[in-house]
Design a protein. Structure first.
Lengths: 468, 233
C-alpha cells in the first residue's frame, strides 16, 4: 500500500468519524497540554532558580577551612587566601570556561546612604565589601557603565568640600579621632559599587517594615544606579584599621548584580586590592578570598570539584543542587499527573478504535476482499491513531502555550514586584516539546496497536456477511 | 488449462456434533473464459464455495488451485495481491461505503496496490462507462438505486482487470427487471473480454447467460452441465 493511498483513506475515515475522534482526542489534548504546561513551568523555574538565583554553571571555590587554604597547604604560608598560581591552575583545569577571583575587604569600614532612594540616610556600623573581577558583572550592568578603579583618573586636587572638586569627583577627607572628616583631602571620582538583589530583599523584608520605610519596587531599583554612599575606610563600629589613613571616601552604585555579595557592597577587584594593601597589608592584597569558577557545562561540576580538592580548596555549597532537585521533583510529580491523563486518554482512544473497528467490520472485510493485506489494515488503523495523536498533541501544545501566555500576563499585571520575579515563568524547550508531541503520538499509536491487530485478524468472509 | 480447480473441498461450520457441513467434497474445474453458474438452494454451500475459491475463507480441507497455484500455500501478502489483481468480487449486498463517492468506491482496490495504478482516473471512467453509470461518478451510493449500486460494485470488481470474477447472488437484492439487466451486463462483460465468471445464485434465469451450470446440493456437486457449450455444439 502506497503512502498517498494510505493518507487518502485515513483522511476519509477521520472525516467520517471526526466527531468521535474529536471527543476521544480531548483527553490527549488535555494531557499533553498540562504536560507541556508543567514542563514549561518547571523549566522556567529552573531557569530562575538555577540560572539566576543559584547559577549551576558556576561554583565558588574557597580555601579549605580545615587546612587554612591552598596557600597554607602548598606553601606553608600563613595566608588563608588563594594565590595567583592557584588561580592559574584553576583556569587551566579541563571544563573551566573562566575564573573570577574575589577579594574581601579585610579591614573595618562603615557607610551610610540611601537618601535619594528612601528620603534619608541609613547607616551601618560595619560595612562588608568584596572586590570582584569587573568581567563577572559586566553583563548585569547598563551598557557603558564604568566598573573599574577610579584612582588612576583622580585629579587629586586638594579640597575640603565636595564643591571644591569638579564633577564627578568628590572630596575624600581624612577622619578625625571622633570619626568626622577633618582637614584637607583630595578630589577623586566615587568608587563604583554594585549591590545584590538579596540586599534589596532583606531591605524590603526586614529593614523597611522596621523603619516604616517604603519597599523598593522595580522602578526604585532601576533608579538605584547613581546613588552615592559615604564610605568610611579603616573605621567601623567595632574597631579601627591597624594601618592606613582613615578617611571618608565616596561610592556610587553602578548597578545591581546577582554576582555581588549578598549583604554588603561589591567593588572592582583593583579597588579591593589597593585598599587592602593600604589598610591590611600585602598579604591581604595578594591572596584572594574565593574564586568564582565558570564551568563549560554544568556536567563538568564533578570533574572540576575534584580538581579543586586536589588544589587544597573546597567548593562552597550554594544550595543549587538541592533547589534543582526540588524543582525537578515538583516538575516530575506534576508531569506524572499529566502522564496519567494521557494514559487514560489513550485507553479511551483504544476503546474508540475497538468500537469503530466493530462498526466497520464489514468495510474492513471488503478491503481485505479487494486486496488489502493484514499489514494494510494494521497500517490504516495505526495511521489514523497517529494522526489523531499528532493533531491532538499539537493542539495540546497550543493550549499549553496559550495558558502560559495567560499566566505570564496575569503574573506581570497582578503579582507585586519581587527580587528575581521572572518576566516569563515558562521556558518551552524545543527538544522537550518535540518529546511531548512524540509522547502523545506514541500513546495514541500504542493504544491502537491491539485494535489494529484485531482488525487485521478479521476474517473477510465472516465480516462481509454483516454488510458494510 | 483450468484457471480454477478444486479437489475434495470440505468445510464444516461448528463442531462435529452440532455443526453443519457446508462443503462436502467439492471437486470442480473452471477453464479460463468460462461463464459458470453455480446454482443451489439456500444453505447448499454456494456462498461458502465462493469465499473459499476467492481466498476469503481459509478454514477448509482439500485443495483450491488458482492459475495452478495452491492458494492455501500463499502468504497473506501474496493472497491479498491475488485478490487484488486476479479476482474480482461482486456481492449480493453490494458492500459500498455509503460516505464515499461512486468513483472512490470503485477505486478502492487501487488503494492497496504496491505500485501506483497508471491512469487510474481513466480506468475508473472506463469501468463506469462499461457499467452504464457515466455522469454518476461523484454521487454517493445512497442516492443510487439498487441496480445502480450493484453496477458500482461490478465496476469496482472490474477496475483491476481481474481474470476471475466471483459473483455471490448479484441479483439477490434486486427486483426481477433490474436483476435481468445486471445479468445481461454480466453477459456483455463476459463477451467483451477473456474473463472467467462464476455466478453463484439461486436464480434459474442465471442459467440463460451461462455456458455451464453447476448445481450444489448439501455441499456436494449434484450436477455439472455445459449448457451453452452443448447448445452451441
Amino acid at each position: 500500500m502506497r503512502l498517498v493511498a494510505l493518507g487518502d483513506l485515513v483522511v476519509r475515515d477521520l472525516r467520517r468519524s471526526a466527531g468521535t475522534f474529536s471527543v476521544a482526542a480531548l483527553g490527549i489534548v488535555a494531557g499533553i497540554g498540562t504536560l507541556a504546561f508543567f514542563l514549561g513551568l518547571g523549566e522556567g523555574m529552573r531557569a530562575v532558580v538555577l540560572g539566576r538565583i543559584f547559577p549551576i554553571d558556576r561554583i565558588e571555590v574557597v580555601p579549605r577551612s580545615a587546612s587554612a587554604g591552598a596557600v597554607a597547604a602548598n606553601d606553608d604560608a600563613p595566608s588563608t587566601g588563594i594565590d595567583e598560581s592557584t588561580v592559574r591552575a584553576l583556569r587551566a583545569t579541563m571544563g573551566v570556561r573562566a575564573v573570577f577571583p574575589k577579594l574581601r575587604i579585610l579591614f573595618p569600614t562603615s557607610g551610610r546612604g540611601g537618601r535619594e532612594l528612601i528620603g534619608r540616610d541609613i547607616g551601618t556600623g560595619e560595612l562588608v565589601a568584596d572586590g570582584i573581577d569587573p568581567a563577572l558583572v559586566r553583563g548585569d550592568l547598563p551598557a557603558g557603565t564604568d566598573f573599574s578603579d577610579p584612582l588612576p583618573r583622580a585629579s587629586n586636587h586638594p579640597c575640603v568640600r565636595d564643591v571644591d572638586c569638579d564633577e564627578p569627583e568628590m572630596c575624600e577627607r581624612p577622619l578625625s579621632r571622633e570619626g568626622h572628616p577633618t582637614g584637607e583631602g583630595t578630589c577623586s571620582p566615587p568608587i563604583p559599587i554594585v549591590i545584590s538583589p538579596y540586599l534589596v530583599e532583606v531591605f524590603n523584608g526586614a529593614i523597611a517594615p522596621a523603619h516604616r520605610l517604603p519597599p523598593l519596587g522595580d522602578l526604585l531599583l532601576r533608579s538605584a544606579q547613581g546613588i552615592e554612599l559615604e564610605w568610611d575606610l579603616g573605621r567601623a563600629g567595632l574597631g579601627l584599621a591597624r594601618q592606613g589613613v582613615q578617611r571618608r571616601a565616596h561610592a556610587r552604585v553602578a548597578g545591581i548584580s546577582r554576582q555581588a555579595i549578598d549583604i554588603g557592597i561589591t567593588v572592582p577587584l583593583a579597588v579591593a586590592r589597593r585598599l587592602n594593601r593600604e589598610f591590611a597589608g600585602d598579604d591581604a592584597a595578594d591572596h584572594y578570598t574565593s574564586v568564582i569558577v565558570q564551568l563549560r557545562h554544568p556536567s563538568d561540576t564533578a570533574a572540576v570539584s575534584a580538581r579543586v580538592r586536589q588544589l587544597g580548596l573546597e567548593v562552597r555549597t550554594s544550595g543549587a543542587e538541592q533547589m534543582g532537585l526540588l524543582v525537578t521533583l515538583i516538575t516530575l510529580i506534576l508531569s506524572l499527573t499529566s502522564v496519567i491523563i494521557v494514559v487514560v486518554a489513550a485507553l479511551n482512544i483504544a476503546h474508540v478504535f475497538y468500537t469503530l473497528i466493530a462498526e466497520r467490520r464489514g468495510e474492513l472485510g471488503l478491503m481485505r476482499a479487494v486486496g488489502a493485506s493484514r499489514w494494510d489494515v494494521r497500517a490504516l488503523v495505526l495511521a489514523e491513531a497517529s494522526v489523531v495523536g499528532i493533531a491532538s498533541s499539537l493542539l495540546g501544545l497550543v493550549v499549553a502555550r496559550l495558558a502560559a501566555w495567560g499566566c505570564d500576563r496575569l503574573a506581570a499585571t497582578r503579582l507585586p514586584a519581587f527580587p528575581f520575579k521572572p518576566e516569563h515563568w515558562f521556558v518551552f524547550r524545543a527538544a522537550e516539546m518535540i518529546a511531548v508531541v512524540g509522547f502523545g503520538l506514541g500513546a495514541c499509536f500504542l493504544s491502537a496497536l491491539a485494535p489494529a491487530w484485531r482488525a487485521a485478524r478479521i476474517q473477510p468472509a465472516d465480516a462481509l456477511a454483516g454488510g458494510v | 488449462m483450468a484457471l480454477l480447480a478444486t479437489t475434495d473441498l470440505r468445510k464444516r461450520y461448528g463442531d462435529a456434533a452440532t455443526g453443519r457441513v457446508a462443503l462436502d467434497g467439492v471437486t470442480l474445474s473452471v477453464d479460463r473464459g468460462e461463464l459458470v453458474a453455480v446454482l443451489g438452494t439456500s444453505g447448499s454451500g454456494k456462498s461458502t464455495l465462493l469465499h473459499v475459491l476467492g481466498g476469503l475463507d481459509d478454514s477448509y480441507t482439500g485443495s483450491v488451485k488458482l492459475d495452478g497455484r495452491e492458494i492455501r500455500d500463499l502468504g497473506d501478502t501474496e493472497l491479498s495481491r491475488l485478490r487484488q489483481r486476479t479476482i474480482g468480487f461482486v456481492f449480493q449486498s453490494f458492500h459500498l461505503v455509503p460516505t464515499w463517492r461512486v468513483r472512490q468506491n470503485i477505486a478502492l482496490p487501487a488503494s492497496f496496490a504496491r505500485e501506483r495504478v497508471p491512469d487510474l482516473e481513466r480506468r475508473v471512467r472506463e469501468v463506469v462507462e462499461l457499467v452504464g453509470l457515466t455522469g454518476r461518478e461523484n454521487d454517493f451510493p445512497t442516492s443510487l438505486s439498487g441496480g445502480q449500486r450493484q453496477r458500482v460494485a461490478i465496476a469496482r470488481a472490474l477496475l483491476m482487470k481481474p481474470s476471475l470474477l466471483l459473483c455471490d447472488e448479484p441479483t439477490g437484492s434486486l427486483d426481477t427487471q433490474t436483476g435481468a439487466q445486471i445479468l445481461e451486463l454480466f453477459r456483455e462483460i463476459h463477451a467483451a473480454g477473456n474473463l472467467t465468471l462464476l455466478l453463484i445464485t439461486h436464480e434459474e434465469r442465471a442459467a440463460a447467460i451461462s455456458s455451464r451450470i453447476v448445481r450444489l446440493e448439501a455441499g456436494r456437486v449434484a450436477s455439472d452441465e455445459g449448457v451453452a457449450k452443448e447448445s452451441a455444439a
